[in-house]
Design a protein around this ligand. Sequence first.
Ligand code: HEM
Length: 486
Amino acid sequence: NYFVLAMCKRIKCVDGKPLEEKVCVIPGKTIFGNNFDLLNVTPGKLFKLVRGWAKFSRGRSYVLHFLNASLYNITNAEDAEQLFLSQPLTTKGLMYDLLRPVLGDGLLMSHEEKWHLRRKMLTPAFHFNILQTFNEIFKEESLKLLEKLKHLQHDSVNISDVIEEFALNNVCETALGVKLNDIDGESEYRAALHTVGTIHAKRASNPLMYYRIIFYLFGQYSENKHYIEVAHNFSSEIISKKREEFLKDKGCNIDKVNSEIKTRYAMLDTLLYEEAQGLIDHQAICEEVDTFMFEGFDTTSTCLKFALLNLGQYPDVQERCYQEIASLTDFENLTVFDLNNLEYLGCVIKETLRMYPSVPFIGRQCTKETVLNGLILPANAQINIHIIDIMRDSKHFPEPSTFKPERFLAENTCNMHPFAFVPFSAGSRNCIGQKFAILEIKAALVAIIRAYRIFPVTRTKDLVLEYGITLRTKQKLFVKLEPRIT
Ligand code: HEM
């Protein structure tokens, strides 16, 4: 039962056949399983290694053996289906523990009863009525983004900074109800989130660093602690400010709040209302706010940056988007319906997410012995779901490395496997912010495409992709912009 030298319990086939008949077993570099395969890798090397294993296994899911745990890697839609539909397999994997000091036990990390309650509590904050009010903020921030772009050197625009600022402003103003620019320490906060993500990616690339004591002694423990504190102090200050406003404004009229909450309450107000009812405490609010800021900012900005690179590289695609947008009314008057109706632009965003998913890998762990896809996974086995490989499977997406937004037109998706396109994950632990994200990305792209022709500077084929919570690149990203004459 044990893979002795790797010191982990083996995964077995339900029918007793050799494991290799069901999955690919990646040979380790040493007799100690795959324990030493990851030593001294950088986030860039780790990304390449993990994708290389997926290539080696030729479309089959694969297994690795690490100290104390086997790792089942799901790389295709067929194997992902059972997992996404499984209720017991909703506990997040070991890797997420590295994020716990940052996100606490918020929606992303929590499980079972706690997750259920919080998800139920927060779902109304993403209701269609609320998205309508968010749309006004997305448009306002998109216009501010254009204003920023106007003052940059158009021959080579570094899109990372402006896009990240745009995304963070949006999530702060929508979810928390405060304008980030009005608060001191905004840029330090953004830098802190970025650094915490970078340290996490580096730590995740070295299994020895998963041990707290080793991270403490030889890793970036103090730096990490410092930046987490900066981020937490910032969000905590916002929460205190909003609590004061909330209690002054609504505290005496909970019934009124109760009726409003279903129609127009953003996330933080919803949480403050639950706090006023005694259902959650300050700590819980902090965890959720930190989770939403973290999840809501890097993910959308990553997608936007790749979408701009793609639009620059494919002038025909860009022109088709422009034609679709050209018939719309003034930008300021665009409704959620108008943006939802932009079918081709929607295909561009989907194709961008398919090729460059903002969250390329997600993880689960078995809390007890579990049967999945004809395998018996021992308790504590880890499961890594390769969102990126699932969506680059040539069975479902012919010529997977070619950017073809048309594959997402309604007439081409009728027979698509339900779990072949999963940038927002799927099943009960799917992304709560997916409609929010698409709307925000569309608003920004409409504003930019209307104002500028985009030309390539950084090309996607030259990018070195890096492992991280979100997809990262070694290089900074640049495009050239040419104002459109209207
Ligand atoms: C293009 C943008 C986005 C992408 C690709 C994306 C992707 C994902 C994925 C793959 C997951 C599952 C994570 C896992 O199982 O470990 C997830 C979960 C989550 N996302 Fe997003 N996300 C995006 C935008 C957003 C936004 C804008 C928000 C909030 C405003 C958000 C909030 C969350 C939260 C709270 C969860 C945890 C949900 C739960 O477990 O119940 N995301 N997202």
